[in-house]
Design a protein around this ligand. Structure first.
Ligand code: PLP
Ligand code: COI
Length: 338
């Protein structure tokens, strides 16, 4: 038995038993290897250390009501990792190998999957790094894929509770023709200063506007944004945000629940008109937004009068988590049972 207080787990790193690795050498990916080491020996001129050749993913395994293990939309993460690798000139990790590696690492660490009913899950973190030595700014010729897991609780304090965000005009996370649509380490490095300032001000995270005009909504920290009004689920269309798999799923679930859905540019002023708002992502699930402060203009956009999540956010959250924990019918066949 492992001694973990599942109900009070934070979103952090917990050492598990194994990780799975695969090396790209001489133009091809090798066999999957199982490791119990938490360390990666590396050449000091590896491109991941100098030129940011690093991409990662985040997905979850859930222990269901029927005690079965469910992996959520693993294909989507496999495809997005390929897009991220291609975006920064790294060797793309094959889809089938990705799925095999994820299944393997989850199975090998089964004892770390939080029990049903605790609200926790097993976070799966695949990554690809350039390991080949280069000093000129060029892609590496060798890569390493690693996938590890860690049991996690809610990303924002308190779980499904309203949380505050703050608009920044001082920092951009990504540029429109840059790397914002890829899940690569550099974007997160670029977000750290803004994130820390937001946290110091008592906010959960930063609310980013478009980098050119600061007129349209981009995303919220490490999550996409959605607003709800007139029974419509509305989410930004932007070429500098990560295409969130959770958001893509919520668009379908919203329609399934009878909502209208829109994906389009959302001007900042439109925030005023939303009845509900939320941040969504694998880690965030749905984190309902209580308010967004625009400190430059001394303005607060409020989405919850009583501090409680709104009705549509609650319905969407219950349906999404219900599918993930095997409580609701998996209408779109998103879960793979291990
Ligand atoms: N936006 C950013 C910047 C993220 O890091 C994430 C997390 O993966 C998301 C959005 C949400 O994406 P997903 O729902 O695929 O986890
Ligand atoms: C995710 O939702 O998987 C994320 O990537 C969020 C963050 C931990 C980077």
């Amino acid at each position: 038995m492992i001694d973990i207080d599942w109900k009070n787990l934070a979103f952090g790193y917990v050492k598990t038993d194994y990780n799975v690795r695969c090396y790209y050498r001489n133009g091809q990916w090798g066999e999957l290897e199982v490791s119990s080491s938490e360390e990666i020996p590396m050449h000091m001129a590896a491109t991941c250390l100098h030129y940011g050749q690093e991409a990662f993913e985040g997905l979850k395994a859930f222990r269901g009501k029927d005690n079965k293990i469910r992996l959520f939309r693993i294909d989507e993460n496999a495809k997005r990792l390929q897009a991220s690798c291609a975006g920064i000139m790294m060797a793309e990790f094959p889809i089938e190998k990705f799925k095999e590696a994820v299944r393997k690492v989850v199975k090998l660490n089964e004892r770390f999957i939080p029990p049903y009913g605790t609200g926790a899950s097993l976070y799966i973190r695949p990554l690809v790094i350039g390991t080949g030595a280069q000093v000129g700014v060029k892609p590496a010729s060798e890569y390493l894929f690693v996938v590890f897991v860690t049991p996690v609780g809610p990303y924002f304090k308190g779980g499904f509770k309203t949380t505050p965000f703050v608009i920044t005009r001082k920092y951009d996370r990504a540029a429109p023709l840059g790397t914002g649509t890829f899940k690569i380490g550099g974007n997160y490095a670029a977000s750290l200063r803004a994130g820390q300032e937001a946290a110091k001000g008592g906010y959960s995270n930063v609310f980013y506007l478009d980098a050119i005009e600061k007129k349209y909504i981009d995303e919220c920290g490490a999550a996409n944004f959605f607003g709800v009004k007139n029974n419509t689920y509305i989410t930004p269309k932007s070429n500098s945000i990560l295409p969130s798999i959770t958001n893509k799923s919520l668009l379908q679930l919203a329609e399934h629940l009878g909502m209208k859905v829109e994906r389009r540019p959302i001007a900042l002023e439109e925030l005023e008109t939303f009845e509900e708002a939320g941040a969504c992502g694998t880690a965030a699930v749905i984190s309902p937004i209580g308010y967004i402060d625009d400190l430059d203009n001394n303005k607060r956009y409020t989405f919850s009068k009583d501090g409680e999540p709104g009705p549509w956010s609650t319905k969407l959250f219950k349906l999404l988590q219900g599918i993930q924990y095997g409580e609701e019918k998996d209408v779109f066949n998103w879960c793979e049972i291990l």
